[in-house]
Design a protein around this ligand. Structure first.
Ligand SMILES: [Zn+2]
Length: 237
């Protein structure tokens, strides 16, 4: 008992002293108790910040997509003019991108072996020439720009200025040149069956929502440069 009494006598002042003198420790205790709430608050803040950044970058992507869409004029995407040094003359009045020449000539030879006679109607066209075609034909045919754009690209917006586009005719049915009826020729049927082997693709198929069906107009996608040029068109057509 005496020992306990001694202990109490010793303990109580010590406890009092601790409580009275160390007000800092009370604050620390409170902080310790509150720390989970602070942590939660901080986490929520951090999450909100991350979410905002994510939404921000999504908005940026949407904005980017809008820019890409806005690049289209009357349904046509913009195309830069090929540098002159990359152009080669493959026959009178027909110039094409040098990367496409071999494949194009090989395709014509292979077609000939099958009794199909492909004619090259139009290859590279300068932006100036496209300008003449677009505006002169428009006034000649009494069409608005939007009507004309269904069948011809505005200057600066034609695949022909890249040197990677080519219009085909059938040597045995020239009356179908630049006409939808070209799709009934043997040449067109042969192209549908074989052109992909030579890296050619129909640019404006029947399901294109912007531009009228052009069975005669094909483009070359057999090089990285060509694929880059037609990337946006292949994503959204
Ligand atoms: Zn064309």
């Amino acid at each position: 008992m005496e020992q306990n009494k001694d202990l109490n006598q010793f303990d109580i002042p010590l406890a009092k002293r601790t409580q009275l003198n160390d007000s800092n420790s009370i604050l620390k205790k409170k902080l310790l108790i509150l720390s989970p709430f602070f942590f939660l608050l901080f986490s929520l803040f951090a999450l909100r910040l991350i979410k905002n950044i994510e939404i921000g970058s999504l908005n940026n992507l949407n904005f980017q997509a809008q820019i890409n869409n806005d690049q289209r004029i009357l349904g046509h995407l913009p195309y830069a003019e090929i540098p002159k040094e990359k152009l080669v003359l493959i026959e009178p009045n027909i110039e094409v991108h040098i990367d496409m020449r071999d494949s194009l000539l090989k395709m014509r030879d292979e077609a000939k072996k099958d009794g199909i006679y492909l004619v090259f109607l139009s290859g590279y066209r300068s932006i100036n020439l496209q300008n003449e075609i677009f505006y002169s034909l428009k006034s000649f045919r009494n069409q608005t720009a939007a009507q004309r754009a269904r069948v011809s690209a505005p200057p600066g917006y034609s695949e022909h200025s890249t040197g990677f586009a080519i219009d085909f005719g059938d040597a045995t049915q020239r009356e179908t040149d630049f006409e939808t009826e070209f799709e009934n020729t043997d040449a067109f049927k042969w192209l549908i069956k074989n052109a992909a082997k030579f890296h050619f693709k129909l640019s404006f198929a029947k399901d294109n929502r912007y531009i009228d069906y052009e069975p005669w107009h094909w483009r070359y996608e057999g090089s990285i440069e060509a694929l880059k040029i037609f990337e946006i068109s292949n994503r959204k057509s």
